[in-house]
Write a protein that binds this ligand. Structure first.
Ligand SMILES: NC(=O)C1=CN([C@@H]2O[C@H](COP(=O)(O)OP(=O)(O)OC[C@H]3O[C@@H](n4cnc5c(N)ncnc54)[C@H](OP(=O)(O)O)[C@@H]3O)[C@@H](O)[C@H]2O)[C@H](O)CC1
Ligand SMILES: [K+]
Length: 491
């Protein structure tokens, strides 16, 4: 399933038109996709706005009328301001359908309730602010007095399609038929009270989703098909020997959380290279791990023989950490995950990334990302993330709600994760998990996607009965979550 912000969706339509479709054709495809969701109703009222969302409603009205339905179109405003596609269908409707101009005719509760469904085609992703004037009055009337179903075309009118929050007035829908792609705001679980059930309908064309800038939602099905079964003759080395260069005398918990994330998500052998104080703690917290005391400077030889390396969690920002990070970045010859303090250090000398020959995954939160790639307030995060990944030839895991993952060519958001997981240490566990999947032989982009999805999925299971989810508990639940996914168990 694909997702887009308002700008990306506008660009998507422009891309389709550049590649030979006319707007009238696209509206025709859109109404084809809508038809099956409305065809079980007999008396249908369609609210039509001035743009192409309204045009979808008009084209749908014509098709419903042809199948013998009782259709009434309600429109507002001045024909001269209607979009090209809207006018094309509006003219056909004038000859064929009952058309009510709400500027001239008042609708009351009785008139409204004659319909067993109201289709909301007032505004889609083109709405830029709260619906005003008559639009607002009609929406208020329907919310208060209409007792049948409301089905929204593409997006409920009044909902900000980027954030999933209402502008002020919003038309509550029982169901929303999102055309082509999910609107980014629908990822916000709080939008569901306005959208009702969301169904995505792709247009029956050769959809160029990613080429045209939309991104994919990596979901449970994707994770289920990506996760590998363990082999009956498997042995520990087969599942990766991973080195975690994490922790310091100041931060002794972070490496434990990373190591737990790595081990519980299937790594064969985990070695933690750290400060003596961390190494002393390791057997008590995680006896499965091997501790290596950190000496400086780190040599190429010390970094040999690993399937994946993680650097950063709890490393501290002491001078020694700067030297260590640059040594590891220069000498690593296994796929590398860079997290937390190592990212802050990297941001002081981004040219270090230019000389790395191994695959690199960076896992910043927004603050860390901004330090590496300053961008203007209000910029599109997915565009910035993609540009960064391309410029530095890395995989970027940009943490936040529905974490963004991109290698500069493909772009994803992760369907799992929740607000109960906003707890210190959660990122350490995630970095360990991604390292583990790298070490198990997943391609770097897959390791990032799968690690992040499973992290969120485990958190989602735990959050069903918890206000907050602790990283250590999450790590310990990873094997159960992976069992559910790998066995395709219905929950
Ligand atoms: N690929 C696809 O899936 C397709 C989807 N389609 C549908 O097209 C709409 C988007 O159409 P668009 O014309 O871009 O936008 P809208 O119809 O949502 O609205 C545009 C008009 O709304 C006016 N506007 C904006 N904000 C307000 C407001 N607060 N109050 C009143 N009017 C407002 C805007 O006026 P401007 O002066 O700002 O230009 C426009 O007149 C999408 O949602 C799908 O339903 C197509 O079928 C193509 C393929
Ligand atoms: K709508």
């Amino acid at each position: 399933m694909y997702v887009g912000s308002q700008n990306q969706l506008k660009a998507y339509d422009a891309y389709l038109i550049e590649h030979g479709y006319t707007i009238e054709q696209l509206i025709d495809y859109a109404s084809d996709a809508l038809l099956k969701h409305i065809s079980s109703y007999q008396h249908i009222g369609i609210l039509v706005g001035p743009g192409n969302n309204g045009a979808d409603g008009l084209s749908l009205g014509l098709k419903l009328d042809e199948t013998g339905k009782d259709v009434c179109i309600y429109y507002i405003g001045d024909y001269s301001r209607f979009s090209q596609g809207n006018r094309y269908y509006f003219n056909q409707c004038l000859d064929q359908l009952r058309m009510i101009n709400l500027d001239e005719t008042f609708i009351d509760e009785k008139e409204l309730n004659r319909h067993d469904v109201i289709v909301d085609a007032f505004f889609g992703f083109g709405l830029n602010s709260a619906p005003r004037g008559l639009y607002k009055s009609v929406i208020d009337l329907i919310n208060l007095s209409y007792r049948g179903d409301v089905i929204a075309v593409d997006c409920p009118t009044g909902l900000n399609c980027n954030t999933g929050t209402p502008y002020s007035t919003v038309l509550f829908a029982q169901k929303t038929i999102a055309l082509s792609a999910l609107k980014e705001g629908f990822l916000n679980p709080e939008s569901q009270v306005f959208t009702g059930d969301v169904v995505v309908e792709e247009l029956a064309i050769d959809n160029p989703f990613m080429e045209a800038g939309l991104y994919a939602l990596f979901d449970k099905q994707d994770a289920q098909s990506m996760i590998k079964q363990r082999r009956y003759d498997g042995y520990k080395n087969m599942y990766g020997i991973d080195l975690l260069i994490c922790g310091s005398h100041q931060y002794r918990g972070a490496p434990i959380l990373s190591a737990k994330g790595a081990l519980y998500s299937g790594a064969g052998i985990i070695k933690v290279m750290s400060d003596e104080k961390v190494i002393d703690l390791l057997p008590l917290s995680l006896p499965e791990c091997i501790g290596i005391s950190r000496y400086k400077p780190i040599t190429k030889e010390e970094l040999q023989g690993y399937d994946a390396i993680l650097i950063g969690c709890g490393l501290s920002l002491e001078k020694e950490s700067y030297l260590l990070t640059s040594d590891v970045l220069v000498n690593a010859n296994s796929p590398l995950v860079i997290d937390a303090d190592a990212l802050t250090i990297l941001s002081t000398n981004m040219s270090l990334l230019k000389d790395i020959s191994v695959p690199v995954i960076l896992t910043p939160h927004i603050g860390e990302f901004k330090r590496m790639w300053p961008y203007e307030e209000g910029a599109d995060l997915m565009e910035e993330a993609t540009a960064f990944a391309k410029a530095y030839d890395v995989i970027l895991v940009l943490k936040g709600p529905h974490t963004i993952i991109t290698d500069g060519t493909e772009h994803y958001r992760i369907a799992s994760g929740n607000k109960a997981m906003a707890v210190g240490g959660m990122g350490d566990t995630l970095a360990g998990m991604i390292t583990s999947f790298l070490g198990q032989g997943y391609a770097p982009l897959s390791a990032a996607l799968l690690g992040t999805y499973i992290h969120g999925f485990t958190g989602d299971i735990l959050a069903r009965k918890r206000y907050t989810v602790m990283p250590e508990l999450l790590a310990e639940q990873i094997p159960c979550a992976m069992y559910i996914l790998s066995q395709k168990i219905e929950e």
